[in-house]
Design a protein around this ligand. Structure first.
Ligand SMILES: Cc1cc2nc3c(=O)[nH]c(=O)nc-3n(C[C@H](O)[C@H](O)[C@H](O)COP(=O)(O)OP(=O)(O)OC[C@H]3O[C@@H](n4cnc5c(N)ncnc54)[C@H](O)[C@@H]3O)c2cc1C
Length: 390
């Protein structure tokens, strides 16, 4: 019974979207349809990670669809996480090129609102809301991924600021971003408190001593990077939050990072293509069962993810619920690919018809789904701990 009671309330209640958001959804759909009619982009698999288009992000900024939850007095739109949800799920479902602003809008904006100084908020938030600056996140290192507390990148105090040295890997979009939020050690590792002594810095990617090199995907595409910091000077006013508080700051934005619709919609354009034009023949009962089962999973995940967005609106930090959404959601993204291959007898082909192209992209991108943002094994460890199984 004790364990059951720990499960109660772990996942926030499903919620109904407020009726007034229907107009917003309509507006976003009309915008997407105009963009597609104008041929501005082609729907992409995994678009939030790979389809970088700074001009598209600016157009979203002009519509008021970036920094939606940033308070008005800080240059944002002061809207709810649910309003942001409506915009992001429509863009993801359409495979729109949202990668440029994704990390900035999802997690850098809330971090700046929560931990940024007045100066940092004034400098960065209006640019971020306009889609005129994009950030990367430098946490993982060659020997520190799941075990992030093992990072070795070091920041040493100097006159007027800090000197950073070390290497980050898998840094999405660093080669295109104007700045990175870098997690570094500011005091020696203490085995009795492994999470102490880390701090976050806002680093200009064009600063002397920063070298960014591609790490290519299976597909040959360049989306993430190795970033080497060789005695990079960062002024005091670019320390994000408090020195020594880096671990707390990083973990406090995990619910934003792990619970959103991008954690189950990366392969939605393939699912959509499967339903609409993947096959010329009507589906047979067995095929209908497959696509119907996927829809049931999709809808359940959406309800869970909306529940987390609602909890974020009420000021909670539902990290465990977010871990559950990400674990189940990223597995679902892979299941869409497997089901698609069973339902329609076509081969992945990057030069083929839209369905074959989506399938090829999905197969090539799938290995990253359950790794990025904390692997599924790590997430299950977090969940098990919370429910008292570890
Ligand atoms: C597409 C993509 C984009 C990314 N973008 C960024 C980015 O922008 N910025 C950034 O900082 N990082 C980024 N990452 C890195 C990502 O956060 C790490 O890959 C992830 O945290 C895992 O770390 P690792 O690769 O070092 O694997 P490891 O930690 O070495 O893990 C290897 C395997 O061992 C398992 N494992 C490890 N420890 C345990 C344990 N305690 N219990 C059970 N199993 C365990 C893992 O689940 C995994 O299967 C990105 C990764 C990908 C794939």
């Amino acid at each position: 019974m004790a364990q059951r009671s720990r499960l109660t309330g772990l996942v926030p209640e499903p919620i109904d979207l407020p009726a007034e958001l229907a107009d917003l959804r309509k507006e976003v759909r009309e915008f997407i349809s105009q963009e597609l009619d104008a041929g501005s982009w082609t729907p992409r698999i995994d678009a939030w990670h790979t389809a970088w288009d700074g001009e598209f992000s600016k157009r979203l900024g002009q519509r008021g669809w970036l920094g939606m939850t940033v308070p008005v007095e800080l240059g944002g739109h002061g809207l709810s996480a649910l309003a942001r949800y409506v915009v992001t799920e429509e863009l993801l479902a359409a495979g729109a090129p949202v990668a440029a602003h994704w990390i900035s809008d999802r997690q850098v904006a809330p971090s700046l609102v929560r931990f940024g100084t007045d100066h940092q908020q004034q400098v960065f938030l209006p640019l971020l809301v306009a889609g005129e600056i994009f950030f990367g996140i430098g946490m993982s290192e060659p020997d520190a991924g799941s075990d992030l507390a093992s990072i070795r990148t070091r920041a040493t105090a100097t006159e007027g600021g800090w000197i950073i040295s070390g290497t980050k890997v898998w840094t999405t979009g660093a080669h295109l971003a104007g700045a990175m939020i870098v997690l570094a050690r500011t005091s020696a590792r203490d085995e009795s408190n492994r999470h102490a002594g880390m701090s976050q810095f806002i680093v200009d990617t064009s600063a002397p001593g920063v070298t960014i090199s591609p790490i290519r995907l299976l597909s040959g595409e360049h989306h993430f990077n190795e970033v080497v910091f060789d005695n990079v000077f960062v002024p005091d006013d670019m320390v994000l939050g408090e020195i020594g508080n880096g671990w707390h700051q990083v973990t406090s934005e995990l619910a934003f990072e792990r619970s959103g619709p991008e954690r189950f919609l990366s392969t939605f354009p393939l699912y959509s293509e499967l339903l609409t034009s993947g096959s010329d023949e009507p589906f047979e009962p067995g095929q209908l069962r497959e696509v119907g089962a996927l829809f049931a999973q999709l809808w359940t995940l959406r309800q869970m993810s909306l529940g987390v967005a609602g909890a974020l609106d009420s000021g909670a930090a539902p990290n465990v619920a977010a871990a559950i959404v990400k674990d189940i959601g990223t597995r679902f993204e892979g299941e869409v690919i497997e089901a698609a291959q069973r339902v329609i007898d076509k081969e992945p082909n990057r030069q083929g018809d839209p369905y074959e192209r989506q399938l090829a992209e999905a197969v090539l991108h799938a290995p990253g789904f359950t790794l990025r943002g904390g692997t599924n094994e790590i997430l299950r460890g977090i969940i098990a701990k919370e429910v008292g199984l570890r």
